[in-house]
Design a protein around this ligand. Sequence first.
Ligand code: G6P
Length: 377
Amino acid sequence: IQAEKGGYKHFMLKEIFEQPRAIRDTTLGRISLDTGKVFLSEMKISDEDFRRATKINIAACGTSWHAATAGKFMIERLARVPVEVDYASEYRYRDPIPDPTALGLLITQSGETADTLAAQREMISKGSKTIAICNVVGAMIAREAHGTIYTHAGPEIGVASTKAFTAQLVALFLFAVHLAQARQTISEDEGRALLEELTMLPGKVEEILKTVDGECEKLARIYSNVSDFLFLGRGIHYPIALEGALKLKEISYIHAEGYPAGEMKHGPNALIDETLPVVVLATQDKSNRDSKLRYEKTLSNIQEVTARSGKVIAVAVEGDTDIGHLVEHVLHVPHTSELLLSVLDVIPLQLLAYHIAVRRGCDVDQPRNLAKSVTVE
Ligand code: G6P
């Protein structure tokens, strides 16, 4: 087993460090920088189907549901088609309205999650074609789908998903660009620019792993004994905040909640005092108007927390000097475009959860009461 961990103390840490490769492999052979096009093989769905689609229904569980929620931002932003995201366990019982022009999308690392499979069957019975984003070749959900985008993250052993998650985000990004091209909602130049950013992502993740790992270890020394944590984000960074909270609670057993930063004043502000660490996703893409606006709003949310003596750990882009004056700690990630910042954002949160759990003496790879794949309802 020690050999399988490749010199790392836990599978989870090994898998966190495998993310540059997982992202590269998920992109490999699927894009052309010359034409700015995305190629998805194993797709029995035509461009005509993509053009005609009136809606995308996504169903997933756990971490895959967080990828789905981030994917909604990617697909709506680029392909201008409405996306509905459901927990698979809810979708199957909510009597969804039949719509044969809606496409179904299932996101699952294992491809065997019982609720996700049941949601897929429900979608198919309502006349939808389905696409699977899946990490295990030949898994049940991939076999029943009309098309599959495999994430090439490689086997994931740690119960808490890390590299499968970032690979899912990349697969969703490829899908969103592909759909946008079929629907002609982005130009060739825009497509090319997005894909160029994507190819630079693995190097940027490598950079984060080099710099932020040690910083998270230091933060873990300060914060491993707290009883609660809050994670805040806006836009596509909100599902990343949810994922950060899930990582922490599942492996360290510290209660953690993810919240849309703008909702703080409707409840969670009441929780803030000097004992509460608040992780705020405050990255920005200065070339993007929505991203800048989001950043400004996030800064005022940070001020609301610090005014109440909450301890803020911010995730910000390199070169952001403003934020350091406002908060206790800053974890830096490199620049990229707004949608892809989601992939960089999550890396510090994974490392923070990991180091806190290790300090608390938890069984990081095998948290109590949890299973890697849930094949019963
Ligand atoms: C379990 C795992 C999670 C995973 C979820 C969905 O809860 O512990 O890591 O996100 O199942 O699994 P799937 O294989 O469908 O992505």
